[in-house]
Design a binder for this molecule. Structure first.
Ligand SMILES: C[S@@+](CC[C@H](N)C(=O)[O-])C[C@H]1O[C@@H](n2cnc3c(N)ncnc32)[C@H](O)[C@@H]1O
Length: 289
């Protein structure tokens, strides 16, 4: 990378705010060890732009002092990592996953719910909840009788992310009207209310979802196994060993015959990939033991 993208005397935009290569490297190492996210040198300007605001907010005028602060201040570290996560998401993103889920997975889950057996779904790396809401709306469907079976059953979706801010948005369940246009009309009218400030998920959906802060690299205080895991566009930022470990841990948490949906540019790596059978584009089924 051009030296001019880092600190100092070169007339670059970093003149205003010294940002040396070693500052970037220290931040990248911290983000990698805490969140598994790999920041290549090409991301230096992004780091500068996103963390510059935090540097200023702490009354500092250079990154070296901010890096020193990050080493000692846990809350600031969490803020910095949150600022560096990419939270882009949308309703019914990669819609073929929801079509597959509706056609191939939902019928069996409806039966389980009607029998009051546990149905557990997980959106791992949920961001602001568009993914888990899309999944839950698909499971509930637009037929009131089927939806009643789900609502009266033992059905819970976990939505987890390390970023507390995006989780708060998901918990609230209020989304800009424009983004909610991606929700199929029948589901939108069945499960959302149009308000002056956006589209509000009804309680009937929200009650079935638990938003929890969880770092995928840390311990998972999760009991039982999932029928379905969506882990999409999250491990894309991890290095290969971190991906492999994550896939192996997800495999352990999936019930035999359970389904894993991953992002369109992701693939299963590591030994646990052998625990899965491909059943569609970026859709995998855990092979029964
Ligand atoms: C691009 S979003 C993907 C959202 C959704 N799954 C989708 O595909 O639309 C990636 C999310 O992963 C979260 N994330 C990144 N590293 C994480 C980690 N180590 N543990 C938990 N969540 C993480 C980010 O905060 C971000 O919200």
């Amino acid at each position: 990378m051009a030296a001019g993208q880092f600190g100092g005397d070169d007339g670059g935009m970093t003149d205003a705010f010294p940002f040396a290569r070693e500052d970037f490297e220290a931040i990248a190492a911290m983000v990698h060890s805490h969140a598994g996210i790999v920041l290549t040198e090409g991301k230096a300007m992004l780091v500068y732009a996103r963390l510059g605001k935090l540097v200023r907010a702490r009354g500092l005028d250079n990154f070296r002092a901010y890096v020193a602060l990050l080493r000692n201040d846990r809350d600031e570290r969490a803020r910095a990592i949150e600022a560096l996560t990419t939270n882009h998401t949308k309703f019914f993103r990669e819609n073929h996953h929801f079509e597959h889920f509706a056609a191939q997975v939902r019928p069996a889950l409806l039966t389980k719910a009607a029998r009051r057996e546990k149905v557990r779904l997980w959106s791992a790396g949920s961001s602001s909840g568009e993914e888990v809401h899309s999944l839950m709306l698909t499971l509930l469907g637009a037929d009131p009788q089927e939806a009643r079976a789900i609502r009266n059953g033992d059905v819970v979706a976990l939505a987890s992310d390390l970023n507390a801010q995006v989780l708060e948005t998901g918990r609230r369940g209020l989304y800009p009207t424009a983004t909610a246009q991606e929700i199929p009309m029948a589901l939108r009218s069945a499960w959302t209310d149009m308000q002056s400030d956006g589209v509000q998920m009804r309680d009937g959906v929200r009650e079935l979802i638990r938003f929890r802060q969880l770092n995928l690299l840390h311990e998972w205080p999760i009991q039982g196994r999932f029928d379905v895991v969506f882990c999409r566009n999250t491990m894309i930022y991890f290095d290969e060993p971190t991906k492999a470990r994550l896939i192996s841990r997800i495999a352990e948490k999936l019930a035999p015959g359970g389904y894993l949906y991953i992002g369109h540019s992701e693939r299963l790596v590591g030994p646990a990939a052998n625990d899965f059978q491909s059943v569609g584009q970026t859709i995998y089924r855990k092979v029964a033991a």
